[in-house]
Write a new protein. Sequence first.
Length: 394
Amino acid sequence: MDTSPTSRRRLLQLGAAALPLAALGSALPTVARAATSSSGATSPSAATLRMPAEHDRHVRTFMAWPALSSVWTPYYSGVRSDIARVADAISRYEPVTVLARPELAAEARYACGAGAYHGIEVVEIANDDLWIRDFGPTFVVAPGAVAGVDTNFNGWGKTGTPYAQPYANDAAAAATLLGRYGVQRVQAGFVGEGGSLETDGQGTLLATISSLVNSNRNPGRTQDQVEQAMKSALGIDKVIWVPGLAGQDITDCHIDCLARFTAPGRVILDRPGPGTDPKWVAVYNETKQILLSATDAQGRPLTVTELPGPERSRIRGKDRGPAFLSSYTNYYTANGAVLVPQFGDSAADSVAYNILAAAYPGRTIVQLDIDNIATGGGGIHCSTQSQPVVPPAL
């Protein structure tokens, strides 16, 4: 069987995303040089490729089958069930591709029902954990073009800390995945993760200082230097920075648990529920003040809608430890749907449903029990990565 990226089988698998490979022309090398420049001085307006909004149409969703039992003990079996549940729910709206170690591929296919009545494919690519949002490629598009930005995953910079875990397979997965699907790889000129990058698709990026301007990712670099590298790699015109909080979770406070764009000029802000540690309440207050006074790349003020979290004493995961992520804001937008956790606080779950239904009219709100994933400090967004549909060529 022909496994080259230009084979008919590959074109059928990729759909519209396969077509831009021949159309990238001189545009991609310009972006690639900007992305790998040590100074990051290239003007973002010159970049042809831009990170799209997550609510734009997708070709597929990527996920990953967890492989590290030592990390998930005693929730190893449960977290795999959660991943299968999320994959099944997403597959009702768009195709899902699950990365799995070769020795675990059969198990993943069985658990996810791959090849059955939903569009779930399991591909044998070695990985360490399930957080593909962070170690997978971040896609950028232009009319008739697509590329995948490898943000140089380094295990969240946690080597030598209590959070450290093996990540060599995860670090290599973006390049392997892009090669398998014939998508051009762009190596970013900064170290970061997909969960640290939130965009409106029109040139505005939300990010936390704590997770990117941090010596565990980008040592010796100023905030301006990191910003210029991000602009160049992702086609961004303006970065709205919020402080975040370093050293209190494995991600150093990713933006995707804190603030999300629902549309250009519109942001969902996570409001911690009753019983939340005061340090996270302080992060929320700081972020709110910055967002209310900020403008986006087009000069528009932001409309901020708060998304209240559940009461910690009422959630099913209250006995699972302080790392449990009880955030509705770590939701995922698929084609025609929004997938969001429900935590067992029925009143808060209902409020979250109604707020997201209003923010995403025309999409089905799907609430899922992901308590095992949340125990590891992440959510549905952390465990997914979208491949966007390529805009029509001009």
